[in-house]
Write a protein that binds this ligand. Structure first.
Ligand SMILES: Cc1cc2nc3c(=O)[nH]c(=O)nc-3n(C[C@H](O)[C@H](O)[C@H](O)COP(=O)(O)O)c2cc1C
Length: 373
């Protein structure tokens, strides 16, 4: 039996061994933007778990673009050296393709770590000024960001390019730009956060201008053979907000700038929106974007079961499935999905003793555990 979830996918010069992606997940554990041994443990364990692609968390292109004091960055030589150490371990023991998500948090920057309760940092906690398309706070109680000047836009574009050069020096396989969840590039796209009166605000074409400028600049700095993707919020789920029609127009334009795939998420432009969360609630958006644009699509959001993920691929809703919390719950999700779907996934030699098909006569751990319940 062959499983469509476990078939390879080519994105430019990169071939993913299967369609399962470890979604980018902030760990809020970096120091001054630099990765440490937590990242080595976290990414290291996922790098040997058999996924088709492992995404490194949202990584800020400037210090002010971090969400929290614990967010990863790629804006200094120290950041680059620290991440090189983590990547070397992932490469030594695993062979999963490695991608990274570059981001700027916009008006959502200067916040506490989620486990401290999501709120803006106080001055005594080291708050910093934030930047956004317009001086509109995220919510009551949040500070007003500075409306980006044209010099700010030049500086941020340049920071995305410098970070891209670092990503290339680190030898990563794939680069993604965070245009979702209410962070800076999404803030430009959404009429909720973008009230500018210049060439970067107003009409849909104007709201797309800055994210497209960043995409074009990054594409130029990123090797031609390597895939570039974007993550978008397919809708703000708000009256007067960014819609799936806006998303389709943006993806068409991003594709024309050399984007190879889009990950369709949703929401995040305001602190509270009526999001209809339910299993696979973003899949329809993914399918819609895929049908209208023909770009490779990664679906995400409340997908956690192997057969559910398989259906996404078989039904043509998406080309890849990303999961976040399922991997926190079970870093060996891919091995268990392979077992359920009759497929094979990469596994380190050190762990093969758990599999009877590789070690004939070995006691299978899971049936043994289930029988002993
Ligand atoms: C701990 C955690 C950290 C996250 N960090 C990021 C991130 O860095 N970038 C991003 O685009 N999404 C981030 N997300 C969102 C996930 O990538 C994913 O889109 C979301 O959790 C829905 O997928 P799931 O239902 O499989 O968890 C994060 C989610 C979690 C749970």
């Amino acid at each position: 039996m062959s499983s469509p979830l476990f078939t390879p996918l080519a994105l430019r010069g990169l071939t993913l061994p299967n369609r399962i992606v470890v979604s980018p997940m902030c760990q809020y554990s970096a120091e001054e933007g630099s990765a440490n041994d937590w990242h080595l443990l976290h990414l290291g364990s996922l790098a040997v778990g058999g996924a088709g692609l492992l995404m490194i968390e949202a990584t800020a292109v400037t210090a002010e673009g971090r969400i929290t004091h614990g967010c990863l960055g790629l804006y200094s030589d120290a950041n680059e050296a620290a991440l090189a150490h983590v990547i070397a371990a992932c490469r030594r023991f695993g062979n999963v393709p490695l991608g990274i998500q570059l981001a700027h948090a916009g008006r959502k920057a200067s916040a506490t770590r989620p486990w401290q309760g999501i709120r803006p940092l106080a001055a005594a906690e080291g708050a910093w000024p934030t930047l956004a398309p317009s001086a509109l706070p995220l919510d009551a109680g949040w500070p007003s960001p500075q409306a980006a000047s044209s010099a700010d836009l030049d500086r941020v574009t340049d920071a995305f390019v410098r970070a891209t050069e670092r990503v290339e020096r680190l030898g990563l396989d794939l680069l993604e730009l965070h245009c979702a969840h209410g962070y800076l590039l999404h803030e430009f796209l959404s009429p909720i956060a973008n009230h500018r009166g210049d060439a970067y605000g107003g009409s849909r074409e104007n709201r797309m201008r800055f994210p497209l400028r960043v995409i074009a600049a990054v594409r130029k700095a990123w090797p031609n053979g390597k895939p570039l993707g974007i993550r978008i919020s397919g809708t703000d789920w708000l009256e007067g907000g960014f819609t799936v029609e806006d998303a389709i127009a943006f993806v068409h334009a991003a594709k024309a700038e050399g984007c190879d795939y889009v990950c369709v998420s949703s929401g995040g432009i305001v602190a509270k929106a009526p999001i209809p969360t339910a299993p696979g609630y973003q899949l329809e958006l993914a399918e819609h974007v895929r049908r209208e644009t023909g770009i490779a699509v990664r679906a995400v959001g409340l997908v956690a079961a192997p057969r559910q993920a398989e259906r996404v691929i078989v039904s043509g809703q998406a080309d890849m499935v990303a999961m976040a919390r399922a991997f926190l719950d079970d870093p060996h999700w891919v091995w268990h999905a392979a077992e359920a779907l009759g497929a094979r996934a990469a596994m380190p030699l050190q762990y093969e003793r758990a599999r009877a098909d590789l070690w004939p006569g070995a006691t299978l751990v899971r049936p043994l555990r289930e029988a002993a319940e």
